[in-house]
Design a protein around this ligand. Structure first.
Ligand code: FUB
Length: 345
């Protein structure tokens, strides 16, 4: 079994060179999904804990049990407010463990929390919980979304009022086990089993429009194709650019920007398309690698500026599964490409 690759870093100088400080430090948080609701920034993160599970390439050490919602009145706030427990796995009838990266959406004055967790059979599903308050607490639906699988839901509201869910993650996120439409429960339990070969098209994230009540898929989830400059699908072996996990969607000047993590190569990248389904043409990197194995993000506008919410493992001095959420401004060049951010100067 691999060992937790705690990096041997001088954390004092790293923290001095970091472009952002942790937004809260009394709990560990990760995977921040930020939205402006009622004029405030609400952040929906994972709540990292150390449950004592051994580090492995399936992410068993990410053993999160609940969600806390954070808020900020302005991106310049030095500390975010923690609104306390918003949802616990023991209150979700279909879920057993591993409350991974969530997202949220507002519709008609109600707030919806979308979250992945393993069901009783150890299969990742995606659930929905609802509240009248953006900070929760959230009441979960009794069952997971019908036909849902894998991890990292990101819900995007388009200008016409349609809501789309983007999701998926390879390795521990199990997307590779769904290549034939049903869950492949076969052995081995290796993170790279069932993946395409390096010279085959990569596994792509999924997209599906949601029903009007936001509780179900309105259509069967489809592949969201990410192509290169020549119009060819990115290949599985193109690990610096291919999708791994951590979907996000935002719009800039009429174009759709799909962003994601490359996982084992630790980049946050993006691709640009003309509609919510794609195809999306690879366009570059948003964030260079952070301290810690995972990288995850959201992009949110506030008062005319755009912000990248992300995480690193600096607060825990490099422990992979004990992360802290951060934010920094994100800017575009004149052609609409995102200026790549270095997390440490
Ligand atoms: O937080 C658990 C998992 O780590 C997330 O679902 C992934 O995106 C990665 O950040």
């Amino acid at each position: 079994m691999p060992e937790d690759p705690i990096e041997h870093i001088d954390f004092e100088s790293l923290n001095n060179s970091a472009i952002s400080a942790p937004l809260i430090s009394h709990i560990y948080t990760a995977d921040p999904s930020a939205h402006v609701f009622n004029g405030k920034i609400y952040i929906y993160p994972s709540h990292d804990i150390d449950a004592g599970d051994a580090f492995d390439d399936l992410g068993s050490h990410f053993a999160m049990e609940d969600y806390h919602v954070l808020s900020m009145s302005h991106p310049t706030d030095t500390v975010a407010t923690d609104h306390g427990l918003a949802l616990h796995v023991k209150d979700v009838p279909w879920a057993s463990k591993q409350m991974w990266a969530p997202d949220a959406a507002e519709k008609d004055g109600k707030f919806y929390l979308f979250f992945p967790a393993k069901d009783q059979e150890g299969i990742f599903r995606i659930g929905v919980a609802v509240s009248n308050d953006p900070a929760g607490p959230f009441l979960p639906q009794p069952k997971a979304i019908k036909g849902s699988f894998s991890i990292d839901p990101a819900v995007f509201k388009d200008d016409d009022g349609s809501y789309y869910m983007y999701f998926g993650g390879i390795w521990g996120g199990q997307l590779q086990r769904w290549r034939n439409g049903t869950f492949n429960a076969g052995q081995p339990e290796s993170p790279v089993a069932f993946l395409p070969e390096a010279n085959e098209p990569a596994l792509f994230p999924k997209v599906a429009r949601l029903t009007d009540d936001l509780f179900e898929f309105a259509e069967t989830p489809m592949d969201l194709l990410i192509i290169d400059e020549q119009g060819k699908p990115l290949l599985q072996g193109d690990t610096d650019r291919r999708f791994f996990e951590a979907s996000w969607m935002h719009k800039y000047e009429g174009k759709y920007y799909f962003s994601y993590s490359t996982g084992d190569t630790h980049y946050l990248c993006y691709a640009i398309g003309d509609n919510p389904y794609g195809p999306f043409t690879y366009a570059g990197r948003i964030l260079e690698p952070v301290v810690g194995w995972t990288s995850h993000h959201s992009i949110c506008d506030f008062e005319g500026k755009t912000y990248l919410f992300y995480h690193d493992s600096s607060l825990s001095k490099g422990v992979t599964h004990l992360r802290c959420v951060k934010l920094t401004e994100l800017t575009y060049d004149k052609k609409g490409f995102i200026n790549t951010i270095k997390p440490y100067k």
